[in-house]
Design a protein around this ligand. Structure first.
Ligand code: GMT
Length: 378
């Protein structure tokens, strides 16, 4: 099959999922065309079966906002025609499913039918999409897709609650290449980061308000009062600077490292003992799954799709959003006892296997086949 994939190419989980999906599909014999405004960050390999087509939005001073959706829909039309793409898989309802619908309509005028598969990732539903400014467009885009998937049951429930949805939604969880995580790094070079007796705690995100970055610093503050520890903060975003200021204020700046965005996530997780994800909401929590696959237990909030990934008392612990004390106590419970830590690490790897890429990607293939067979003509 020739599959066009539209995603945000940045460090966010949706871009990572879209990229890994495309790469795995190419290994399974499909021809993949990524269509987005820059090369996805995890897309290292462009080959005969993996192509990247850049969407250019010419900067024109008359436009206060440059019309990306317009440029994207035109590019989709051109690429479908040029490469004879069979199906478009768009990650995010806005603006991708919306632009894909316009492309589909333009192609229909020329006698070409292309089905659209839309995957909902979370912020398009829970944070941005349900805003009155976008709600009609999001509802329309979802209802006009030939197939709709959501990355967790929780996100499906939210979508049905917040929008007037006529389409079926398949839950297809995010995934991880378990083997890659198991065998990638054997030499963690932990000693470059911390003393042998120090526990290493890690957080990775885009440092937006929804991640509750200050909670991470506060939880770590309580942990380091009881045991020697270091905190690794990986990523960039608006909450980074306030977090740095909080570490200064609490007198723990020397124990907290801010790395910025990194393409060496596996390396960082390799020497981590615990992962913190206290988000306000999270449709899935791919970062937590990546940590678990690397054998890192997770202390998280009990919100959105996280409880579908992080098993309470098995791969880590869940606490109510904002319950810093409970998170710190749970973290210390795991970190204080080496035998217990080893058990949680092993459990985390075991739990992550439920989300192995090799069992999830065939579900997408079946959805593409179904969408092709039932493509709604417009
Ligand atoms: O969480 C973010 O800020 C990034 C966002 C994205 O677009 O990548 O993440 C969303 O999609 C991920 C992949 O499906 C999920 O793992 C994240 O939980 C979800 N974020 C939220 O729901 C806040």
């Amino acid at each position: 099959m020739k599959i066009g994939i539209v995603c945000y190419p940045t460090f966010g989980g949706s871009g990572v999922v879209a990229t890994e999906l495309g790469l795995e599909l190419s290994k399974r014999g499909h021809e993949i065309h990524f269509i987005t405004y820059s090369q996805p960050v995890r897309l290292e390999l462009i080959s005969n079966d993996v192509h990247f087509h850049e969407v250019n939005v010419p900067d024109y001073p008359l436009f206060h906002y440059q019309p990306y959706e317009l440029a994207l829909s035109s590019k989709l039309v051109d690429m479908v025609k040029l490469h004879k793409i069979d199906v478009l898989h768009v990650h995010y309802a806005i603006p991708h499913a919306y632009a894909a619908y316009m492309a589909k309509k333009m192609l229909h005028e020329e006698g070409i039918e292309v089905p659209i598969v839309t995957t909902l990732h979370g912020t398009d539903i829970t944070l941005v999409g349900s805003h009155p400014f976008y709600k009609s467009a999001v509802t329309f885009s979802i209802n006009k897709s030939d197939a709709v998937t959501s990355v967790s049951q929780s996100l499906k429930d939210d979508t049905l609650r917040l929008f007037d949805i006529k389409n079926d939604i398949d839950v297809v969880p995010n995934f991880i290449d378990v083997e890659k995580h198991e065998f990638h790094f054997t030499d963690c070079q932990r000693d470059l980061m911390a003393e042998p007796e120090e526990r290493i705690i890690t957080h990775i995100s885009n440092f937006r308000a929804v991640k509750r970055i200050q909670d991470i610093i506060q939880v770590f503050y309580k942990i380091q009062k009881e045991i020697p520890a270091k905190l690794m903060m990986v990523g960039e975003g608006p909450e980074k600077e306030p977090a740095e200021m909080l570490t200064e204020k609490l007198g723990i700046a020397d124990k907290v490292m801010f790395f910025g965005n990194s393409s060496e996530i596996d390396k960082i997780l390799c020497f981590s003992d615990l992962f913190l994800l206290p988000s306000e909401t999270e449709s899935f929590g791919l970062a937590a799954l990546e940590a678990m696959a690397s054998g890192v237990p997770v202390i998280s909030s009990n919100t959105g799709g996280i409880p579908e990934v992080n098993m309470h008392g098995v791969s880590g612990f869940l606490s109510e959003v904002g319950d810093i004390e409970d998170m710190a106590q749970n973290a210390l419970y795991i970190l204080k006892d080496q035998e217990r830590l080893d058990k949680f690490k092993a459990n985390a790897i075991e739990e992550s296997k439920k989300f192995d890429i090799h069992s999830i990607v065939p579900i997408y293939e079946a959805i593409y086949e179904r969408a092709l067979a039932n493509c709604i003509s417009i």
